[in-house]
Design a protein around this ligand. Structure first.
Ligand code: HDD
Length: 716
């Protein structure tokens, strides 16, 4: 009988710590909220010591055996939400399997630092002997599907997620220290060639076929890895007896900012052990789950597998002397040249509680590194930094896959990422952007970047392998933020400047935070003093102090091309003109104007109090739109052809008066006959160059008449 090990408190890295309302929810705003959402548990929630069966929304289920039917032998009813939910959920149980490494086995454990190396790295986990962190490891084959066998000739994946106090560190390696290809660009080709052939769908989990060897024979860089893959390393006796390798050259960075290169090794405490080919083939038939079972049973029996973490550390000068490139993932550094120094030990001490939730949903990202560890320019590694994040989104269906308990860090995490499919956090407040000054108003402002302890990329300036400087900075000239804002403002016409000022007054009048209003105007003073004064005046607040710009703005020569009004043309082409008519209107005048407009490329739209057909001078004329539903704001210019009686009648119609009032207020051309004057008078339309007789419409055009604006709006 297998004995069940009980994890000690020191090694208890159970996922319970990630349930909403606990560990992962250290984010203050999330904790209370998510907690509240999980509080409806009552004493009545059990029956004979077992939880009540419910559907996914908590409704208790009375019968889990029979679907709901219309009569004993009748058809099943669509109403049966219990049946529908159960089948629906079942139908969606599978997610896309990993494109590679689909078949894998996972285990929880703990990593302990056995040799502190602060002189090499500031990584939190290596700062003192005895420091521990939980881990989740997934071993895998590469080529076979999720349901394939455990013992084909194949590379074994050895992916370790270390949940450190400084965030997750994923060391996503293999049991072979080199790789088939030198550049991530070739990865899809490699994988296509080794997986089952595209037309026939076989072989499964085997490299012994045409397409793989065709590709390999054309890829000389693969032959080092082929030696390993054809060796007994590729038919291991157990996951417990394989080595693991980070493969790429990484960097260590210490607290002084000094960097050395590093390669990572996992050395099994049980030593290496493989099968022979004949044995592997027979195991595939006798026990397709041989390695998975072996790992599970060993851990279940308390026989915890262990690995020592070794490092090979070297510097740029050493790398420069090698006859190969340390950025080339098809090369290893012999241990005889750079000895492996042991710095930690990993113990796998707990099987997953649920294969899908943990082993299937675990998402490794080579981009998960912690301060003190950094990437190198290995082109294979650089490609991986994109690929894994991308694949997890498609495999797990949401950008929020980091919230799945097995993927969530065990240290607090706070940021401004929000929403997305399957969001489970419930952040409070409105601080979902940064910078913000909401704290000044007593609100939770959210987290802030930490320059001292946050991750900083090693600049690698001038090294042979890293000749460019990687920096998160902006070039000095980018600091001029105001010269062109000033250029824009000063290139506008007086009306346009007034529009900008009143737009700012409108926007800021809606802002309820006084310090924000003041800061905006303080910035505007760097653009134009007069603009700032107009805005302050519009809000009736004192002119705030100017905010010192990062770089003093310069005066540039105004550019007419930046103004809309300076580009105004009297064109009718492409513009829409409304012609208002009513009972008795002169049909020939309407028709004449319409044709003139169309001739110069515009379009005419007939508007009348009724659409269906109104008696005009020549008979019935249909309108394109009804007056109240066709306000003048929808058109570039308006015209009216009315009888005196109809015009008089329309002076009592609000929609008609408003029609002219708006057209006038919006500085549009208004063309009208004499009879319509009474309506224009009612609307307060005063004569100007844009108020014209019908005959003058075409030459006046549809441009706005900005000189009119001071009469209808305060432009101060
Ligand atoms: Fe990879 C999975 C190891 C190159 C793209 N890879 C995956 C896994 C391991 C490795 C162990 C399984 C992780 C798990 O258990 O969930 N891969 C390696 C090593 C490589 C390597 C050691 C070379 C040194 N991989 C590599 C490249 C690319 C990928 C160059 C793409 C440009 N690998 C993937 C992937 C996978 C993956 C498609 C499939 C499932 C997943 O990522 O999570 O994105």
């Amino acid at each position: 009988m297998l004995k069940k090990p009980r994890p000690s408190p020191a090694t208890d890295n159970s996922l319970a710590a990630h349930q909403p309302g606990s560990g992962q929810m250290a984010l203050k705003v999330d904790k209370g909220n998510a907690g509240e959402l999980h509080q409806h548990i009552t004493a009545d929630d059990e029956r004979d010591g077992r939880a009540h069966l419910t559907d996914n929304f908590g409704h208790r289920i009375a019968d889990n055996q029979n679907s709901l039917r219309a009569g004993e032998r009748g058809p099943t009813l669509l109403e049966d939400f219990v049946l529908r939910e159960k089948i629906f959920h079942f139908d969606h149980e599978r997610i896309p399997e990993r494109i590679v490494h689909a078949r894998g086995s996972g285990a929880h454990g703990v990593f302990e630092c056995t040799h502190a190396i602060p002189e090499l790295t500031k990584a939190d986990i290596f700062q003192e002997v005895g420091k521990t962190c939980p881990v989740f490891v997934r071993f895998s084959t590469v080529a076979g599907g999720a349901g394939s066998v455990d013992t084909p000739r194949d590379v074994r994946g050895f992916a370790v997620k270390l949940y450190t106090e400084a965030g997750n560190w994923d060391l996503v390696g293999n049991n072979i220290p080199v790789f088939f290809i030198q550049d991530a660009m070739k990865f899809p080709d490699l994988v296509h060639s080794v997986k089952m052939e595209a037309d026939r769908g076989y072989p499964q989990a085997a490299s012994a076929h045409d397409t793989f060897w065709d590709f390999i024979s054309l890829m000389p860089e693969s032959f080092h890895m082929i030696m390993w893959a054809m060796s007994d390393r590729a038919i291991p006796r157990s996951f417990r007896t394989i080595e693991g390798f980070g493969v790429h050259t990484f960097r260590f960075v210490n607290a002084k900012g000094q960097s050395r290169f590093v390669k990572f090794h996992w050395k099994p405490v049980l030593g290496l052990q493989s099968t022979v080919w004949d044995e592997a083939v027979k195991i595939a038939g006798a026990d397709p789950d041989y390695l998975r079972r072996d790992l599970y049973e060993a851990i279940d029996a308390g026989d915890f597998p262990q690995w020592d973490l070794g490092i090979q550390v070297f510097d740029e000068a050493f790398a420069a002397k090698l006859p190969y490139d340390v950025l080339d993932a098809t090369k290893l550094i012999p241990e005889e040249d750079v000895p492996v120094e042991i710095v930690g030990r990993m113990t796998l001490n707990r099987n997953p509680d649920n294969f899908f939730a943990e082993t299937e949903q675990v998402a490794y990202l080579p981009s998960n590194i912690v301060p003190g560890i950094d990437f190198s320019n290995d082109p294979l590694l650089q490609g991986r930094l994109f690929s894994y994040l991308d694949t997890q989104k498609s495999r797990l269906g949401t950008t929020n896959f980091h919230q799945i308990p097995i993927n969530a860090p065990k240290c607090p995490f706070h940021n401004f990422q929000r929403d997305g499919m399957m969001q489970t956090l419930v952040p409070k407040g409105r601080a979902n952007y940064e910078p913000n000054s909401l704290a000044e108003a007593g609100e939770d402002a959210g987290p802030r970047a930490c320059p001292e302890t946050g991750f900083t990329t090693f600049p690698a300036n001038g090294e042979r392998n890293d000749p460019t400087e990687k920096l998160r900075v902006r070039a000095a000239l980018f600091a001029d933020h105001f010269s062109q804002a000033r250029l824009f403002y000063r290139s506008q016409t007086g009306n346009e400047q007034a529009h900008i000022a009143s737009a700012l007054v409108f926007e800021l009048s809606k802002v309820t935070l006084d310090h924000v209003r003041a800061r905006v105007i303080g910035q505007l003073r760097n653009i134009d003093e007069d603009l700032a004064k107009r805005v302050a005046n519009g809000l009736a607040i004192d002119l705030p102090a100017r905010i010192k710009p990062a770089k003093t703005p310069i005066d540039m020569a105004p550019s007419d091309a930046l103004s809309i009004q300076k580009d105004a043309r009297p064109d009718i082409r492409g513009r829409k003109v409304a012609i208002l008519f009513a009972e008795g209107s002169d049909a020939s005048a309407i028709d004449k104007l319409k044709k003139q407009i169309e001739k110069v490329g515009g379009s005419a739209f007939l508007v009348a109090p009724k659409v269906g057909g109104i008696p005009v001078s020549t008979g019935l004329l249909k309108a394109d739109g009804q007056l109240a539903g066709s306000p003048s704001v929808l058109f570039d210019a308006v015209a009216s052809v009315l009888t005196a009686a109809a015009a008089e009648k329309l002076t009592h119609e609000g929609a008609a008066v408003q029609w002219f009032m708006d057209a006038y207020g919006h500085c549009k051309t208004i063309a009208h006959d004499e009879a319509s004057q009474v309506l224009l008078d009612k609307a307060g339309v005063e004569p100007d160059e844009g108020i014209v007789a019908l005959a003058d419409f075409i030459k006046t055009g549809t441009q706005r008449h900005w000189d009119r604006e001071p009469k209808v709006r305060d432009l101060a």
